[in-house]
Every structure is written in structure tokens, then in C-alpha cells.
Design a protein around this ligand. Structure first.
Ligand SMILES: Cc1ncc(COP(=O)(O)O)c(C=O)c1O
Length: 379
């Protein structure tokens, strides 16, 4: 009998809900991916680099042009310097970057602080490395972090803290104060950080993305993981990256080297060229804020309650005025009976905390968003 290393892991809710949406012909606002095309210029560049012979293994650390562009962008936006030779690594999506950062850091019985609700790739990686997750629960509606509670959870065994801003699934973002509090807690300790910042460019209402690298104490301890999939509507390309100080990058690259070695070559050249025009990423917040507002306007008169998302392409809504049904059952029921698929927030908590809240992905064309809003408003 094969002994599973991850005995409690089954099919994810994302697969389940997308399959259910397809089976019932439902509007799929569940899984987090855009249903519209990427910029034609980016697609042209991909084709061009492919046609021009850029199809063999990229360097293990990533194509130089792309690392240089990332280094420049990070300096320009956040004032933080990363040497593109020694501190920037291109990965197969942020998922690989997060896994490699966890594997590079966590050994058996090391504790890892995880805020819940949390993105689902963190825990299996921690478990595979023999680490012990220490959960901190955040609650609807504002999901604020109680830093005194974090302090009480830090022990001599704490090795890593995983942070995600803008946050999936809640749509909340870090403030400068959050960074300062975190810096106070970890300064002078051997605690490292993963900054999952894949939604850095999807932030609304004039809020600023406070990257961990904007704080000098945090920068020295951080693996900052990003993704072009989210920023440029190309989740299927799976191109991500990790920014980390040299000492951390050396260890990170030891894992990356044997996990994937290198990643899709023509896409790296295409992205490097595309990043030369800063409008391509500076226009993203307004683009997604409009989408969020199309969705929110369409459910404004409904019985659902919400606080507008501050970032990411997710909107949480509470249905406590409609029914007492638990969130997973309600999400399934909405998919089957009215044809709108969402994700129940409880799946992002290890203890499956039900707060009567659903997550809708608004990275969808306007017609889909309006139609979904119309249906939800009729409930
Ligand atoms: C918070 C968060 N981190 C990481 C990822 C993974 O990014 P990628 O598709 O680049 O692997 C996602 C994708 O949904 C995400 O929402």
C-alpha cells in the first residue's frame, strides 16, 4: 500500500467548482483567471520570439533581459535595489517560487506562521518539508492582522512567516503600519519571510502596494514572489519570479535548479520587451478597478453585503441576509440552481470556518459580470 506524504489532500475546490460550473453551464466566477485575452502586442512578441528561434533552455536563473527589467521596475516603484545577476530569479509561476522559498527555508519541526484564510499552495509545501504550520485566523469583513497576537505566536522554532498582499481571497491590502509592526517583531531574529505579492499591480482607490522590500529590515529577510500571469492576463504562461538578497537567492536557486531548472524561453523575452513600456503595468489598477465596480454596481441593489475589494481580482460578499446554509453548500447550490459559480471562503481556513461569505472573481468580461450581478440581485 502506497504511503501518502500528503494523506489529507484531495481535489481542490477550484477544480470542483469549475467542473460543476461547466456541467451546469454556469457563469464561472470561481477560479481566479481572466476570461479575456492578453494585450495583442504581448501575444505578437511571444510569437515573434518563438519564430525567431528563442526556443531552447533559458539560463537557470532566467533570461537576463527579463531579470534586468524586473530589477529596474522594482527600483522605480519601490525604491528597492536587487542585483539582477544574483538576486532575481525567474520561475515557473509564483507557485514554483513559493515552493522553492519554503523548501529552501523550512526543515523538520520548524514553525511557519500562516495567516488564514490563505492561498492553498502554502500548506502542502510546508508539510512536505516537515514544517509545522502555526495558524493566525483573520475574520470577515476587514481581515485585519492583530500584531500582538502574531507576537504571541512567535517562538524559538519560528522560521518563516508567509504574507500575502494584496490578499487572495479577501481583497485586503497591507498598510505601512503592518510592515513596521512586522519589522519590530522579526528584527534580530532568525525568521524569514515570503511576500506573496502576485497582485501587486491590482490595487484600487488610490491605495499603494506596500511591498515587503520597501522596508529595509524586511527586505533583508524576504523572498518576494511575483507573477506575470496575474498582471498581464496570462495565467497559463506560468512565468513568475523571486526577488531575494544574495544569501537567500543562493539557497533558493539550489531548489529551483532541480525543481524546474529553467522556464519557458520565448515568454521571458516577450515579457522583457513588454515591460519596457511602463504603461503596460501602470494601467492595470484602473483596468481592474473598473471591473470591480461593474460587478459591485450590478449587485448594489441585492441582498448581498460587501466592502469593496482593496486589491486582487476578488470580491467577498456575505449572504447572511439570505440564508443560514453553510458557504460550501450555498456556493454549490448557486452554481446548480441559478448558474453562478463562486468559491466559499471556508475552504481557505484549515478548520473550514464558515462565515457565510463567498468569493467572486471579477477578472471576467463585462457581459459576464453584469449577467452574474443580475442573477445575484434577483435572489
Ligand atoms: C495569492 C496567490 N499566490 C500565488 C498564486 C500562483 O501564481 P502563479 O499562477 O504565477 O503560479 C496565485 C494564483 O492564483 C495566488 O492567488
Amino acid at each position: 500500500m502506497f504511503k501518502s506524504k500528503l494523506p489529507n489532500l484531495g481535489t481542490t475546490i477550484f477544480t470542483t467548482m469549475s467542473a460543476l460550473a461547466a456541467e451546469h453551464g454556469a457563469l464561472n466566477l470561481s477560479q481566479g483567471f481572466p476570461n479575456f485575452a492578453a494585450n495583442p502586442e504581448l501575444l505578437r512578441l511571444l510569437g515573434m520570439y518563438g519564430a525567431n528561434g528563442f526556443n531552447q533552455y533559458a539560463p537557470m536563473i532566467g533570461v537576463k533581459e527579463l531579470r534586468d527589467q524586473l530589477s529596474l521596475k522594482t527600483k522605480k516603484l519601490y525604491g528597492a535595489s536587487y542585483d539582477s545577476e544574483t538576486e532575481v530569479t525567474i520561475t515557473s509561476g509564483a507557485t514554483e517560487a513559493i515552493f522553492a522559498a519554503i523548501a529552501a527555508t523550512v526543515s523538520t519541526r520548524d514553525e511557519v506562521i500562516v495567516f488564514e484564510p490563505s492561498y492553498d499552495s502554502y500548506l502542502p509545501a510546508i508539510e512536505l518539508c516537515g514544517g509545522v504550520p502555526v495558524y493566525i485566523t483573520l475574520y470577515y469583513p476587514d481581515f485585519v492582522i492583530d500584531w500582538d497576537l502574531v507576537k504571541s505566536k512567535i517562538s524559538d522554532k519560528t522560521k518563516l512567516i508567509i504574507l500575502n498582499t494584496p490578499h487572495n481571497p479577501t481583497g485586503s491590502v497591507f498598510s505601512k503600519n503592518d510592515l513596521n509592526k512586522l519589522a519590530e517583531l522579526i528584527e534580530d531574529r532568525d525568521i524569514y519571510l515570503i511576500g506573496d505579492e502576485v497582485y501587486e499591480h491590482i490595487i484600487f482607490d488610490g491605495l499603494i502596494h506596500h511591498s515587503l522590500c520597501t522596508n529595509s529590515v524586511l527586505k533583508e529577510k524576504s523572498f518576494i514572489c511575483g507573477s506575470f500571469g496575474k498582471t498581464f492576463h496570462i495565467t497559463g504562461w506560468k512565468i513568475g519570479y523571486c526577488l531575494a538578497p544574495k544569501e537567500l537567492s543562493v539557497e533558493f536557486r539550489k531548489i529551483h535548479q532541480y525543481l524546474t531548472f529553467s522556464t519557458f524561453t520565448p515568454a521571458q523575452y516577450a515579457l522583457a520587451k513588454y515591460l519596457e513600456n511602463e504603461d503596460n503595468y501602470l494601467s492595470i489598477p484602473a483596468f481592474y478597478q473598473r471591473k470591480r465596480d461593474v460587478f459591485l454596481d450590478s449587485i448594489a441593489g441585492s441582498r448581498f453585503e460587501f466592502i469593496p475589494s482593496q486589491g486582487s481580482f476578488f470580491q467577498n460578499v456575505s449572504y447572511r441576509n439570505i440564508t443560514d446554509t453553510n458557504d460550501t453548500e450555498y456556493a454549490i447550490r448557486l452554481t446548480k440552481t441559478v448558474g453562478v459559480a463562486s468559491i466559499p471562503i471556508s475552504v481557505f481556513y484549515h478548520q473550514k470556518l464558515d462565515q457565510k461569505v463567498l468569493r467572486f472573481c471579477f477578472a471576467k468580461d463585462d457581459q459576464t459580470l453584469k449577467k452574474a450581478g443580475e442573477i445575484l440581485s434577483s435572489l
